[in-house]
Design a protein around this ligand. Structure first.
Ligand SMILES: C[S@@+](CC[C@H](N)C(=O)[O-])C[C@H]1O[C@@H](n2cnc3c(N)ncnc32)[C@H](O)[C@@H]1O
Length: 280
């Protein structure tokens, strides 16, 4: 596991939130550099087990040789299938440290950051086909406006979307700095970084269908965690807009914290049993 890959925030709050039993089965669905996984393994005894997930090939190099550890090289949306296959159900706790790792952000060739020039890629999983460049080409102006609003809360989303689509009509946008240049006429002068961060975040969330994966994870985890077990999330998004409504409608996920959602530091909340009742 690599300590220079990602410096986990809220490491101890998250791991303590799992209330680890030495012989329990735990899942870290966002392995990354393995900082949280390492801390979980330190609390497990010889009979304990940790299953980690990551869909990013770069993270796979950080896998531990520890016999209690298994790395699943997949999107965590397939949680239940993989755990069933591995014979690890039910589990005692699950940790999700959402978002991108420092490694992903700081590697220009991945295209996640406007700070570096690189291909407009942003895929966490290189096995998927749709890069941010492809997404921008495929979406029409209305869909792009909706995406910028929903995932980036971009104020002048219609104007930004129009600017991007007009530029693409002249030729493809294939690099991060090309996109920054295209956006220059609509970039607020005093809030350049904040604005670009919002646009890049919106594209990243869409490219990786991050909310789709999260929704599936939250509903599936309810069927995987034993009553009394824990689900701990760091950086869970606010349940607003269609995503929040879908979560509420699923009736299987509870949110706790400020303004009805789990925020940093994310409190652990009890697992929900198979009937949808909150476990004690
Ligand atoms: C914030 S980092 C986690 C860092 C980790 N906790 C550590 O200590 O190094 C998030 C990681 O989750 C992975 N990830 C994000 N969404 C995923 C998904 N749907 N399925 C599997 N892995 C995902 C990313 O590739 C990234 O490596």
């Amino acid at each position: 596991m690599a300590s220079d890959y990602h410096a986990p925030v809220l490491l101890h709050d998250c791991v303590n939130g799992l209330n680890i039993r030495p012989d329990g089965v735990y899942v870290d669905v966002t392995f990354g550099g393995g900082g949280h996984s390492r801390a979980i393994l330190e609390k497990l005894g010889p009979q304990g087990a940790l299953v980690a997930f990551d869909r990013d090939r770069d993270a796979w190099n950080n896998a531990s040789e520890d016999p209690r550890f298994t790395l699943v090289r997949s999107d965590f949306r397939w949680l239940r299938n993989h755990l069933r296959y591995l014979g690890k159900l039910p589990i005692d706790g699950l940790l999700a440290d959402l978002g991108v790792s420092s490694h992903q952000f700081d590697t220009g060739a991945r295209g996640f950051s406007f700070r570096f020039d690189g291909p407009l890629d942003m895929r966490m999983d290189a096995r998927t086909k749709r890069t941010a460049a492809v997404l921008l080409k495929e979406l029409d102006e209305t869909a792009l406006t909706g995406l910028l609003r929903a995932h980036g809360e971009v104020d002048n989303a219609p104007r930004v979307a129009r600017t991007i689509k007009q530029a693409i009509a002249q030729g493809p946008i294939t690099t991060t700095h090309q996109l920054v240049e295209v956006l220059r006429p609509v970039t607020p002068r005093r809030e350049e970084s904040g604005f670009l961060a919002q646009v890049f975040q919106a594209l990243r969330i869409a490219v990786n269908d991050e909310l789709g994966s999260l929704l599936r994870l939250l509903t599936e985890s309810a069927a995987c965690i034993r009553p009394g077990g824990r689900l701990v999330g760091d950086q869970l998004p606010q349940p607003r807009g269609p995503f929040g409504e879908e979560l509420d409608a699923s009736g299987r996920c509870g949110w706790r914290g400020e303004e009805g959602c789990v925020r940093q530091p994310a409190p652990a909340f009890p697992a929900i049993d198979q009937q949808g009742d909150t476990a004690k």
